[in-house]
Design a protein around this ligand. Structure first.
Ligand code: BES
Ligand code: MN
Ligand code: ZN
Length: 476
């Protein structure tokens, strides 16, 4: 969908109003024939029991007008606009309306744009019959909208959709090799430098964690490094590293998952897809910071060549780990990626990983776990997430009793820590590979990265959760 700003209403297309409560002020200000329309509107609102609750809407046929309520004024947030704007898209889509004027409080031009674009999305690529699934709203014109905000909102939402599309592709399409090819193609298109390294390089570099996890698959692992450098290098500009878990499919390996748990495990590349999406957006937004994206891409499969429980891995940074469970593979691949990222001496490392089912148990499926070795970074990300509507909640990594659980009798650490505090012991494992002095945050997105039911501006499948928050973080 293309969203732009217009100075006056385009004639012959639907008018869509986003109003506070049940106030018709916005219509009165905008429509010349408001007086004539008012009785019809009021009657329709009464008939449809529209009282001004969030998401309630009415449609008037002549002239084609939609009115959506944002709910009571004091409860309206940026995310309310995103959520209601996405309802606008789904409604227009259902009614097969290609183009509309949007009339709303233009201070929310950015979030309205995001909501409109995100709400228009569904993954219909492989559906051959249901043609109607493929209808999309083509144009939305925000009356007196702020062009800069609309452009930013479009880039951010398009990035999130890019990630969703990639996550939604199944394991038979996206494997470590195709993922790296797409990363290269799509990022070079927007002027980024992309380095793709093969399994030979991975072994030579001592990235044995990534290698061990990846070697059981028909498709060998890849290491992806994407670089954005600002055109005019500024002094004191931050250097930020984004790291994404890139398991193109997680069967569990030799500790194979049962059917119910293996289902949806194409989602295990969500962190990687987000990373690619964020880097592409950053290339367009040109912030003053230097930004690096790092991905360890692998497929976790059972095979005669697979790594095993009891195996001991010597990682790139020299630390050793005993494998307790081959299904705790994310941390094993991320270990080497975090070491490599640390060696580039960034000020900040932020990783996104669909790391543990335990995090979903702790926080539910709509909130990501936030872990950090730095309080300022944690609160910055937490506050950013309040604006983006991508809920984060901080979990601790300072419980030394819990840390005991990842001790091993035969190696420095072990790749699982038992049932309790599973999201935390996984984060503690990762922390072993972040160089001291580098600020680091880990987002466990196992819950919100993928949804089996529609909610807010999310359609079934990959959500791209994390993309909006990290772009916002990098820009500020
Ligand atoms: N990719 C999974 C985590 C996951 C689970 C993501 C559910 C999204 C939804 C991860 O690799 C995994 O299998 N974790 C295990 C760890 C356990 C073996 C210690 C888990 O959470 O069960
Ligand atoms: Mn696993
Ligand atoms: Zn996994």
């Amino acid at each position: 969908m293309q969203v732009d700003a217009i100075k006056s209403l385009k004639t012959g297309v639907a008018n869509v109003f986003l109003i506070e409560g049940s106030s018709l002020e916005l219509l009165e200000k905008t429509l010349k024939n408001f007086k004539k329309l008012k009785p019809t509107i009021e009657k329709t609102m009464e008939m449809e029991h529209v009282k001004g609750k969030k998401g309630e809407s009415i449609k008037i046929i002549d002239p084609l007008t939609y009115i959506f309520s944002l709910g009571e004024s004091d409860k309206i947030t940026e995310d309310t606009y995103r959520e209601v704007a996405s309802k606008v898209s789904s409604r227009l889509k259902k009614d097969k309306i290609e183009e509309a004027n949007i009339i709303a409080n233009i201070d929310f031009s950015k979030t309205i744009t995001e909501g409109l674009i995100l709400g228009d999305y569904s993954f219909g690529k492989y559906i051959t019959k249901e043609k109607e699934n493929k209808f999309n709203v083509e144009y939305a014109h925000i009356l007196s909208g702020k062009p800069k905000d609309i452009e930013l909102g479009s880039i951010v939402a398009d990035a999130q959709i890019f990630s969703r599309n990639l996550v939604n592709e199944p394991g038979c399409v996206i494997n470590p090799i195709t993922l790296s090819q797409i990363a290269k193609e799509e990022c070079e298109k927007v002027g980024l430098k992309v380095h793709i390294y093969d399994e030979k390089w991975i072994q030579e570099q001592g990235m044995n964690g990534l290698w061990m996890v990846g070697k059981g698959s028909e498709t060998p692992p890849r290491f992806i490094h994407i670089v954005y450098k600002p055109k005019k290098a500024k002094k004191n500009a931050k250097k930020i590293a984004i790291v994404g878990k890139g398991l193109t499919f997680d069967s569990g390996g030799l500790n194979i998952k049962t059917g119910d748990y293996m289902r949806t495990m194409k989602l295990d590349k969500s962190g990687a897809c987000n990373t690619i999406a964020i880097m592409r957006a950053i290339a367009k937004l040109e912030p003053p910071s230097e930004v690096h994206g790092f991905i360890g891409a692998a497929e976790n499969m059972p095979d005669g060549k697979s790594y095993r429980p009891d195996d001991i891995i010597i990682f790139r940074n020299g630390k050793t780990a005993e494998i307790d469970n081959t299904d705790a593979e994310g941390r094993v691949t991320l270990a080497d990626v975090l070491s490599y990222a640390s060696e580039q001496n960034p000020d900040v490392i932020i990783d996104m990983a669909t790391l543990t089912g335990a995090c979903v148990v702790a926080l539910g499926e709509f909130t990501a776990g936030l872990f950090a070795n730095d309080d300022d970074l944690a609160s910055t990300l937490f506050n950013t997430s309040k604006n983006t509507g991508e809920k984060l909640w901080r979990l601790p990594i300072d419980d030394e009793n819990l840390r005991e659980k990842i001790k091993s009798p035969v190696a420095d650490i072990k790749n699982t820590g038992g049932r309790y505090g599973g999201a935390i012991t996984a984060a503690m494992f990762l922390q072993e590979f972040v160089k001291d002095g580098i600020k680091w945050a880990h987002l466990d997105i196992a819950g919100p990265a993928f949804t089996e039911k529609e909610y807010k501006y999310y359609s079934k499948g990959g959500t791209g959760f994390g993309v909006r928050t990290l772009i916002e973080y990098i820009l500020t």
